[in-house]
Design a binder for this molecule. Structure first.
Ligand SMILES: Cc1cc2nc3c(=O)[nH]c(=O)nc-3n(C[C@H](O)[C@H](O)[C@H](O)COP(=O)(O)OP(=O)(O)OC[C@H]3O[C@@H](n4cnc5c(N)ncnc54)[C@H](O)[C@@H]3O)c2cc1C
Length: 370
């Protein structure tokens, strides 16, 4: 294969695509992987950092350790993308490609929610690190985990956040002084799987966690310590842990490739409307949730196409859900096979906690060799 393949973004999608092409083609892979950050952090590691279960430096996987034959890694920021010509400008120069793959993920639109910033959200690494310092000071009052817009990454993560917050406050002996509420624009915690949603709602009820579904948080008023919901309801809040509204990174919006905030693709092939330009993962509208396991599956389908062995992307994946007390549940979802999405629920257990651990360590070993 002689094509120059330019992969933008080294998250779940970009790392997996580059890893497969390197594995199959070795020195001949011809892949250039461009990434602005110097380290990769798993999404779920942000919860570990926020609740003090892991040190920030422990969860940073340095790209210097991503060393694959046939893959040139460039630590550069993409500043312009021309999809018609597959020309990409970075802060270091111009790169041209025969095949271009966008795997730039989803960014946060803080401006969409007045009062929201890295100071009171936990979805960025900086935000999670900040909450790690803020949460220990919360010993009484009302805590809100608030989703400010959908779609957002990893639909179960806000549910995990309230359950882990419950454990944290219980261990500190202050749970009795605190209320916890989850506010979400989704009607139920995990809409494609009624069984998973019921189990989560049951777990919330057992722990006195209130769930307000079908409404997003519209703004946060730090002066009055209130969160304002879409319908005007005001909730007092002494601790606000937000999930920002998402959208594709600005450079993608500026490229003219996005429609309604994301890049439309053929769900089976991940091709955009531009010749030899693909988009995978959170940056694209694929018809599946925004989660690493889906980005990875889409990267595999693009790799198959580039290797001349096309396979239709199936839209299936398993998401792990922390229920607290060291137990993890799992939901196996299938978004594209049938007329509507389905999800099969597996009850929380220590075995599934070990499986989730393996999910992370296996990727770390595969991509970073450690
Ligand atoms: C709290 C939380 C918990 C989560 N838990 C899970 C889970 O348990 N399981 C799961 O599957 N998913 C989980 N996720 C979701 C998961 O992290 C994302 O869906 C996944 O990372 C998306 O992969 P991606 O490759 O599409 O994008 P990303 O992994 O976001 O990668 C995009 C990359 O592009 C880079 N980039 C962006 N702009 C530029 C630019 N201009 N120039 C160069 N590089 C750029 C970014 O730095 C980034 O490295 C969780 C997310 C959060 C926030």
């Amino acid at each position: 294969m002689e094509s120059r393949i330019l992969v933008l973004g080294a998250g779940f999608g970009g790392l997996e695509l580059a890893a497969i092409l390197s594995e199959r083609l070795g020195d001949e892979a011809g892949v250039t992987l461009i990434e602005a950050a110097d380290a990769f952090v798993f999404g779920f590691a942000k919860l570990d950092v926020m609740f003090g279960r892991a040190e920030p430096q422990e969860v940073r996987l340095r790209y210097a350790d991503f060393d694959k034959p046939g893959v040139q890694f460039l630590n550069e920021r993409v500043v312009a993308i021309e999809p018609q010509t597959r020309r990409v400008t970075t802060d270091q120069g111009v790169r041209e490609a025969d095949v271009l793959v966008l795997a730039l993920g989803a960014d946060y639109d803080y401006d969409a929610t007045p009062g929201l910033s890295e100071a009171n959200e936990f979805y960025s690494v900086a935000g999670a690190e900040r909450q790690r310092d803020v949460i220990p000071g919360f010993t009484s009052g009302h805590a809100i985990v608030a989703v400010c817009g959908a779609p957002y990454k990893c639909p179960p993560a806000p549910s995990e956040a309230v359950l882990l917050l419950h454990d944290y406050l219980t261990e500190k002996g202050v749970r009795g002084n605190c209320e916890i509420t989850l506010v979400s624009p989704l009607g139920t915690p995990v809409p494609p799987s009624p069984d998973t949603s019921s189990a989560l709602l049951e777990a919330f009820a057992e722990r006195r966690i209130q769930f307000i579904g079908g409404r997003a948080v519209k703004s946060v008023d730090a002066d009055r310590n209130v969160a304002v919901l879409e319908d005007g309801t005001e909730l007092p809040c002494d601790l606000f842990l937000g999930v920002p509204t998402h959208r594709a990174p600005q450079v993608v919006l500026d490229s003219g490739m996005a429609v309604d905030g994301y890049v439309p693709v053929d769900s089976r092939t991940l091709q955009t409307r531009f010749e030899n330009v693909y988009a995978v993962g959170d940056v694209a509208t694929v018809g599946v949730p925004k989660a690493g396991v889906f980005s990875e599956g889409q990267a595999r389908a693009v790799a198959d196409a580039l290797l001349g062995e096309p396979s239709a992307y199936g839209g299936r994946g398993s998401c792990y859900i922390e229920f607290g007390s060291g137990r993890v549940g799992r939901v196996d979802v299938d978004f594209l096979s049938g007329p509507k999405p389905t999800g099969t629920y597996h009850e929380p257990s220590v075995e599934l906690a070990a499986e989730k651990e393996h999910f992370g360590t296996s990727r770390r070993a595969r991509w970073f060799g450690r």
